[in-house]
Design a protein around this ligand. Structure first.
Ligand code: CP
Length: 315
């Protein structure tokens, strides 16, 4: 009987997590999921704690889910955006975080445009740092909720074929999922135009495909990604219309998938570009399930990190 434990203060990315740690978060999330829809069953695990959401890039899903998750654990939550902070007056990220810590934060959830910003803060201040997306580097809570949703639909991820399709080069979601899914035994194909899916990703354990039909044929799940215009400073394909012609998914092309293959998307969706509306709203799509699962997964992350608890599960 093995006891698996969580010893980390911060969650910076999935590259550094072991399989046991990933499983620990996913199991804790499953325990919390039952309680999420019912406010009367709010837990007091983080009662008296202050969680600060420091979101210096736009967010809908991640910020709201972390806020709901913290409140479901009875924490006090303060949310700051870039425009509402003194970063606009020239204060550094380090000074901002040190001041947030001095004001009594017990954990800081950070989204920032720079890769490595969460790691930097975790080495600068004492309170737990939860990475809510750092540039094109990692988005661990997103990948964890994706894996949670995949497990709900497919069972064990071992041997499952997952295709991630779209702008891989600039995607922190793709990188975190690639680390997490391969550790959990899934076979990951990264698909899209060669300019956005370079062969170098094979060194991270993925199969690379530039052929849409071939990349869909044996997939158990397809994760679509939008084009990350905000991170691209040059064009990587002639036009959005041409991207859609070559790599957009629609009802007709979904026939290339296995009948029971599911479709994921981390959001925000660009309808009519990487996926057409009918398919995004079809029964194949588990996109809103991903969003809902994001609450339980983030409850688990906050519970384990901010509470400095040991997660032990007997197998
Ligand atoms: N998936 C995701 O990170 O969405 P938001 O940018 O809305 O948080």
């Amino acid at each position: 009987m093995e006891v698996k434990q969580w010893h980390r203060k911060s969650l910076l990315g999935l590259e550094e997590l072991s399989v046991a740690e990933i499983e620990c978060i996913l199991r804790q999330a499953a325990q919390f999921k039952e309680d999420v829809p019912n406010p009367e069953r709010k837990t007091d695990h983080l009662s008296g704690k202050r969680i600060v959401n420091l979101f210096l890039e736009p967010s809908t899903r991640t910020r709201i889910a972390f806020e709901i998750a913290a409140k479901s654990l009875s924490a006090d939550v303060i949310s700051i955006t870039g425009k509402s902070s003194s970063l606009t007056k020239g204060e550094t990220l380090r000074d901002t975080a040190m001041n947030v810590q001095a004001l009594g934060a017990d954990a800081i959830v950070v989204r920032h445009s720079s890769a490595g910003s969460s790691l930097f803060l975790s080495r600068t201040i004492d309170v737990p740092i939860i990475n809510a997306g750092d540039g094109a580097h990692e988005h661990p809570s997103q990948a964890l909720l994706d894996m949670f949703t995949l497990q709900e639909n497919l069972g064990s991820l071992r041997g499952k074929k997952i295709t991630i399709l779209g702008d891989i080069l600039f995607s922190r979601v793709a990188r975190s999922n690639l680390w997490g899914l391969t550790k959990m035994g899934a076979e990951v194909t990264l698909a899209g135009p060669s300019t956005l899916v370079p062969k170098q990703f094979e060194e991270m354990g993925a199969r690379v495909s530039h052929d849409l039909r071939e990349s869909l044929a044996d997939a158990d799940a397809v994760m679509l990604l939008r084009i990350q215009h905000e991170r691209q400073n040059s064009t990587h394909f002639p036009s959005l219309a041409e991207y859609t012609t070559m790599f957009g998914l629609n009802m007709e092309r979904s026939k290339w998938l296995k009948p029971d293959a599911i479709i994921l998307h981390p959001g925000p969706i660009n309808r009519g570009v990487e996926i057409d509306s009918e398919l995004a709203d079809s029964s194949r799509a588990v996109i809103l399930d991903q969003v809902k699962n994001g609450i339980a997964v983030r409850m688990a992350i906050l519970y384990l990190c901010a509470n400095a608890v040991t997660c032990s599960h007997n197998d």
